[in-house]
Design a protein around this ligand. Structure first.
Ligand code: AMP
Ligand code: ZN
Length: 490
């Protein structure tokens, strides 16, 4: 497939070089809090890419790291009076629960920064042997950018102004040049640290990814992914460390997912303009609709988050699922309508061509909805035949292999979110309708209504009234009419 490569700034063929599988790395979350849906927009597009490459028959080895030590983690853990491992464990678990809820496939390898400290130390020592890494007076280690002339090749920034004075990396240690960035941060009282050959301290964020990517995927990767904010300085620094240490190209292909915005500004923790998946689930939005919305705008475009678009996405999924059920139900006459067969083939082609062309999810989605429209009108007009259904279901399956929204486990996911909210004392944030609806699922209501009908038949009026009151207390009304018994939620 063709994918835009930030390194070089053009669309290029994505392929494994010198190996049977595509070696792929994505910078994972820093587990100091719940992720917001902006973070998940990035992970969702990486998921779409993985699923599509697999569908195209490519073997993948995908590694994602978990940043489980950094300034924010240390600060928050100490505020909570917990060791960092205990603090991060909760948020890492939440990250994977949210990823699962959003249909994001698990990576082949999840690498924890705190489990790879010796690899980071080894890489810094290698750089130190060449005097590319140096030790500052306080015991911190820095990368000497002057020794890596290609610095800036990814983000194509002009660094001339930065050299004299401005600090790129926000840390408080002494260093030789303002641009030099920390590889290893000397230990401070009360902070988690490791005793190593470099001295006591903890790794900088950038060295984590260089060391972990190299450890699991080798010195040259096929593809490296992350959100657009990571391009500089994080990815630029990863390149500098890795290439200075190995002498090889670190990653041939770089994919950057553009931001999710709220009213024109980047969704972020620091702006306070963010929603977590759990916030939205408690408001009654469905996990599948959130996935569908976040992947429907191609990754090379920033997208604005609105609640209207989330509702549109919910409706779109309903349309798809209803259509899918209609096809599964069948009951169409034998044969094959040729015009619809041609439309089906065109939709399949459109789907594959769009994703092959730099992962154009919007066009892939449009191709499938065009098929839904054509097939629904053919079914309404009575021209759709059983031979068409087989093909249509195959194309829908193909689409769903990447978009993953047909299977309806939304209620189950929302119920889990309610259990979590109750546990965290945040049930008050949940919409009241949701609490009622999920406290009594439809099937349970049906059962009680049937039991009441039976109780009336055997003249057990006390039980019948009891059931009516029990349901009423949960906001469910029973209406007896001459056509039978109906129920509805208040
Ligand atoms: P973090 O946990 O802050 O390291 O972020 C995890 C991932 O989310 C990184 O790849 C970021 O680039 C990405 N990210 C952060 N904010 C946004 C946003 N508003 N839209 C899309 N991706 C984002
Ligand atoms: Zn990284």
């Amino acid at each position: 497939m063709e994918l835009f490569n930030t390194l070089g700034g053009k669309v290029e063929t994505l392929e494994p070089v010198g190996a049977a599988e595509l070696r792929m790395y994505c910078c994972g979350p820093t587990v100091y809090d719940y992720g917001h849906i902006g973070n998940f927009r990035t992970f969702l597009h990486v998921d779409v890419l993985r699923r599509f490459l697999r569908q195209q028959g490519m073997a993948l080895k995908f590694v994602m790291n978990i940043t489980d030590v950094d300034d924010k983690i240390i600060r928050n853990a100490s505020a909570a009076g917990k060791p960092i491992a205990e603090y991060t464990e909760k948020y890492e678990r939440a990250f994977f629960e949210d990823s699962d809820a959003l249909g994001i496939l698990r990576p082949e390898i999840v690498a924890h920064a705190t489990s790879c400290i010796p690899d980071m130390v080894g890489m810094i020592q290698k750089l130190a042997a060449e005097d590319i890494a140096y030790r500052a007076e306080d015991g911190s280690w820095y990368f000497r950018i002057a020794r890596f002339p290609e610095y800036g090749k990814l983000s194509r920034k002009d660094f001339d102004g930065i050299e004299d004075g401005a600090r790129v990396d926000v840390d408080e240690y002494e260093k030789d040049a303002a641009r030099d960035f920390a590889l290893w941060k000397a230990c401070k009282a009360g902070e988690q640290s490791w005793d190593t050959d470099l001295g006591c301290g903890r790794p900088g964020w950038h060295i984590e990814c260089s060391a972990m990517a190299t450890k699991f995927l080798g010195e040259s990767l096929d593809l490296h992914c992350g959100g657009e904010d990571l391009m500089f300085p994080h990815h630029e620094n990863e390149i500098a460390q890795s290439e200075a240490a190995s002498g090889h190209t670190f990653a041939r292909h770089w994919m950057h997912v553009r931001f999710l915005l709220v009213e024109g500004r980047k969704m972020s923790k620091s702006e306070g303009n963010f929603y977590t998946l759990r916030d939205l689930l408690l408001k009654g939005y469905r996990a599948s609709a959130i996935r569908f919305l976040l992947i429907s705008v191609p990754y090379r475009h920033q997208m604005n988050f609105t609640f209207e678009s989330l509702l549109e996405s919910t409706n779109a999924i309903d349309r798809l699922r209803t259509f899918h059920q209609r096809m599964l139900k069948g009951g169409f006459a034998e044969g094959r309508d040729e015009a619809l067969a041609a439309a089906t083939a065109k939709a399949e082609e459109g789907y594959t061509a769009s994703l092959t062309d730099d992962l154009n999810t919007a066009e892939a989605r449009a191709a499938i909805f065009e098929l839904v429209r054509a097939a629904n009108s053919a079914a309404d007009a009575g021209t759709l035949r059983s031979g068409n259904v087989t093909e249509i279901l195959r194309v829908l399956d193909l689409f769903d292999g990447v978009f993953a929204v047909l299977k309806d486990n939304d209620a189950e996911i929302t119920r889990a979110a309610l259990v979590w909210a109750e546990h965290e004392g945040r049930l008050a944030e949940a919409s009241p309708e949701l609490v009622t609806k999920l406290s009594m699922p439809d099937e349970e209501i049906e059962k009680l209504v049937a039991e009441r009908t039976h109780a009336k038949k055997v003249r057990n009026f006390a039980r019948a009234d009891g059931i009516r009151n029990e349901l009423l207390a949960k906001g469910i009304l029973i209406e007896d009419s001459k056509d039978g018994v109906r129920w509805r939620r208040k």
